[in-house]
Write a protein that binds this ligand. Structure first.
Ligand SMILES: *[C@@H]1O[C@H](CO)[C@@H](O)[C@H](O)[C@H]1NC(C)=O
Ligand SMILES: *[C@@H]1O[C@H](CO)[C@@H](O)[C@H](O)[C@H]1NC(C)=O
Length: 513
């Protein structure tokens, strides 16, 4: 009781209980709608809680929001359609090609953004910030914002923790049961897969340390003169917010400086446009929703594949709502093509029975949130792993792009539509996702304010950060123990020989006598 009174008094006098109004810089310049959604949703919430936000983004709100200043790079970011085309080819790339591509892309993108006039102007302004929140997406040189404004950096990882985010806070990721993001393995790996996984983890570390981080350091040094080596800034990150959750991902080790906020971007479903609402309401047999997300432009699918997909859909009893950038001639009556989909609001409709998806993390979370089973057509990065986890949890089937044809699609769709297990399993995951002590958004805000309040939250930093990689993995100790035993063996062997020799001599002596 006394303690309560004291802390209450402290609250009043120093207002340490909550952070009143902080100045926050958000850095989310990925030119992709899903990434923008992650950023703007969080920024709006921060503003609604009294903070003042400056937001570097790749798009722009239609109507300005009070206390939210958007530094929109919409017109300045170069066209990325070539890159989008390349994404479809990634489903056949090797681990090396895939990861090398992502890192080169990251270096290119980071350089481009930091060289834009609007960003340079912001750095020249006499601004002060209490905190910087960066979307962590192969862009480490952005940590320079925190350095420049002398403010703590928080990272928001648009996915589960991977070897591209663990190193900031020293989060452990054992190769034995945490599949590498580029491995395409699910979480129950057999012996051979574990060997391969160790290989991927090692290769990833090498790429990271010898290619990616030096590349980012170069950008950091040229944009923020006087900055320390990037590794110092990397190990000074205060917190990582990760958009995973154990209802969707396999449980993984997470340090106290890593918080799971998967699903925070989902808000209450909004009203649908009238015609879409009518279309879904009238679908007595149910609706199949098909979308490859916002980065994969479905118009780039080969024509014969699109025709196969249309023929398959034509055979279904259900209606099909397909998000595709261009309309297709000769589509069957039950198929409707839209070039934009309010996905979260549509998935919330009770008539939606199946979601055919590329398996992007946000899509998987939204599907679980609304209890809709998934047919995954993964293409790149974390997608295959997201889907494999979903398959493992019993609410999805995996149909990689390379195996997609009329037969496989038809049989997979029907399996999910007519086997109630899929729906049952996704509903049980939905309950787990929704049953949390604080909503994912409340968790995000709580920890963001925690970092502001404790000026970088030094107390959350892991001692792992001060160790070399071989010390962290105990390799030096194992090596020492190995040496010790080898030495011991040698000594024992020597003694044994000596004793044997003595014994022989004695035996000979005895015989002689
Ligand atoms: C690390 O972060 C703290 C607080 O956020 C800051 O005071 C300190 O200067 C930073 N150190 C470096 C090397 O950037
Ligand atoms: C998708 O690609 C088509 C043609 O290849 C193009 O016209 C369209 O603008 C692209 N859409 C998006 C959203 O990238």
């Amino acid at each position: 009781m006394k303690l309560l009174t004291i802390s209450f008094a402290l609250c009043l006098s120093f207002s340490i209980c909550n952070v009143k109004s902080a100045k926050i810089l958000g850095v989310f310049p990925m030119p992709s709608h899903s990434h923008y959604t992650l950023g703007i949703t969080l920024m709006k919430e921060l503003v609604s809680r009294g903070h003042e936000v400056t937001f570097i983004s790749a798009f722009q709100q239609k109507n300005p929001i009070k206390n939210l200043r958007e530094v929109s790079l919409k017109k300045a970011i170069p066209d990325n359609s070539d890159f989008k085309k390349a994404l479809f080819d990634l489903h056949e790339a090797s681990f090396w090609e895939h990861n090398n591509f992502v890192m080169e892309l990251g270096i290119e993108h980071t350089k481009t953004i930091l060289n834009l006039e609007k960003v340079k102007n912001l750095l020249k302004e006499n601004e002060n910030f209490d905190l910087v929140i960066i979307e962590n997406f192969v862009n480490d040189a952005f940590l320079g914002f925190g350095y420049h404004f002398n403010a703590p950096n928080i990272l928001l990882a648009p996915g589960p923790m991977t070897y591209l985010s663990n190193y900031f806070v020293g989060n452990p990721s054992p190769s034995s049961y945490i599949p590498n993001i580029g491995s395409r393995f699910g979480s129950n790996m057999n012996f051979i897969e574990r060997i391969k996984n160790l290989y991927y983890d090692t290769l990833g570390e090498l790429l990271l340390n010898f290619k990616f981080i030096p590349g980012q350091n170069k950008i950091l040094q040229s944009t923020f003169p006087g900055a320390p080596d990037i590794r110092q800034l990397i190990h000074n990150v205060s917190l990582i917010l990760t958009t995973s959750h154990s209802s969707i991902h396999s449980p993984a080790p997470l340090l106290p400086s890593v918080k799971e906020i998967g699903g925070y971007h989902i808000s209450k479903p909004k009203d649908l446009p009238k015609d879409l609402q009518g279309y879904l309401d009238d679908a007595k047999e149910g609706v199949v929703v098909f979308s490859m997300g916002s980065n994969l432009n479905g118009s780039m699918l080969p024509n014969h594949l699109k025709q196969s997909i249309l023929r398959t859909f034509g055979k279904l009893q259900q209606k099909v709502l397909w998000k595709l950038e261009t309309d297709l001639p000769g589509k069957p009556k039950n198929v409707r093509i839209v070039n934009w989909l309010p996905q979260n609001d549509v998935l919330a409709h009770p008539n939606v029975k199946l979601f055919i998806s590329h398996g992007g993390l946000l899509s998987v979370i939204e599907a679980v949130y609304h209890g809709v089973p998934i047919l995954g057509i993964p293409v790149f990065w974390d997608q295959e792993q997201n889907i494999k986890n979903a398959v493992h949890n019993g609410f999805a089937l995996n149909l990689p792009l390379r195996e997609l044809n009329e037969n496989t699609l038809f049989s997979s769709v029907n399996q999910i539509l007519y086997n109630p297990e899929f729906e049952k399993n996704v509903k049980s995951r939905q309950v787990i996702l929704l049953d949390q002590p604080m909503t994912p958004m409340e968790t995000a805000i709580y920890w963001i304010e925690h970092v502001i309040k404790y000026k970088g939250a030094e107390h959350l930093k892991s001692p792992a950060l001060s160790l070399m990689w071989y010390e962290r993995d105990m390799l030096d100790v194992y090596f020492y123990i190995l040496l010790f035993f080898v030495g011991l063996c040698l000594v024992v062997k020597r003694c044994f020989r000596y004793l044997c020799g003595k014994l022989k001599k004695n035996v000979v002596k005895v015989k002689k006598n």
